[in-house]
Unconditional design. Structure first.
Length: 319
């Protein structure tokens, strides 16, 4: 950026030539000369000197243009440095372990671009943990449910995620013999959660965003469910429900995982059936989150594109 432009940005920041000159380690007279030359070059007045110093409308517009140009210049410089070094470094992405177990194989199976990203580091944790890591620069991005939204982060909605009850036909006929056929025949259109209250449930810890949504839904209806085990890990819940007589909540993202696990189960009665829940909880926002102040280097941009396309192809995108 030209020296006069850089000097003007400092003036616009300080809104005082004396303070700006001090910050630049030059004399006030020297800075005033640079400003006057810039105004003559552009043919407009940029700063009103008296009675108080303030930018003219042209000065405000020019300052904003220079800020954008400065950000672009910095991005280009970092991008060229990345290309020159011919390395992407480590790309650290926060994904809860159970979701990573579903998502990462899906990425490698369906999008060859992921294989070109070297040194991909998947970090385990919860959404609130990831948000702190992102803001402190310990991770480059994360995938999480209902993340905080403010100017410090860029949040891209990937899907509005509903839930189903996962339960085997064997379990339904054992615990709810009189209702089993009805529940199975209405699985796709959905049933009321109150129809399933007799089922012993495997659920996440209350610190989980999904568990919080479920607990609020149950509280709103004034009902209590039979919690057999509280342990984090939707993938674990699914596998346990194929072994024992229990049920679990299955977020939409885990439907492909259920289909894959069912293929390994030879006993049809033990395969997990998904029963949709009607009017129970609002769909949760599953999002890709980056730091708005961070340089989007090529590997991060590519990963975001891969994630976006995968969710669109596998789950239909955001309606």
């Amino acid at each position: 950026m030209k020296q006069n432009y850089a000097f003007f940005l400092v003036i616009a920041e300080e809104m005082n030539i004396t303070r700006a000159a001090s910050k630049l380690y030059i004399s006030q007279q020297c800075l005033s000369t640079h400003l006057k030359k810039l105004e003559n070059e552009l043919g407009v007045q940029l700063l009103i000197r008296k009675p108080t110093q303030r930018l003219t409308p042209a000065g405000e517009a020019f300052a904003e243009y220079l800020r954008k140009a400065q950000r672009m210049e910095n991005s280009i410089r970092e991008e060229l440095l990345e290309i020159n070094n011919n390395v992407n470094g480590q790309l650290s992405i926060g994904i809860h372990a159970s979701r990573a177990r579903v998502l990462v194989p899906m990425l490698y199976e369906n999008d060859s671009r992921i294989r070109k990203i070297s040194n991909l580091n998947i970090v385990d944790g919860m959404t609130d943990d990831f948000d702190k890591m992102l803001r402190s620069g310990r991770i480059d991005a994360y995938l999480g449910m209902n993340p905080p939204v403010d100017t410090a982060v860029n949040v891209e909605l990937l899907m509005r995620e509903g839930i189903s009850i996962g339960v085997s036909e064997h379990t339904l006929k054992t615990i709810l013999p009189e209702r089993a056929e009805y529940l199975l025949s209405h699985a796709k259109e959905g049933v009321e959660i109150t129809d399933l209250m007799a089922l012993p449930m495997i659920v996440n810890q209350s610190s989980s965003k999904l568990a919080l949504s479920v607990d609020l839904g149950l509280e709103r209806l004034g009902v209590n469910q039979r919690n057999m085990v509280r342990v984090n890990g939707n993938d674990m819940h699914i596998e346990m429900c194929m072994i024992g007589d229990c049920a679990c909540y299955v977020p939409d993202m885990f439907v492909p995982y259920v289909k894959r696990i069912n293929q390994l189960q030879p006993d049809e009665s033990r395969k997990l059936r998904l029963i949709r829940l009607k009017d129970f909880i609002e769909p949760n926002r599953f999002c890709f989150v980056t730091n708005s102040n961070q340089f989007m280097f090529s590997a991060l941009r590519e990963f975001q594109s891969i994630i976006r396309d995968t969710f669109k192809n596998m789950f239909g995108g955001v309606s």
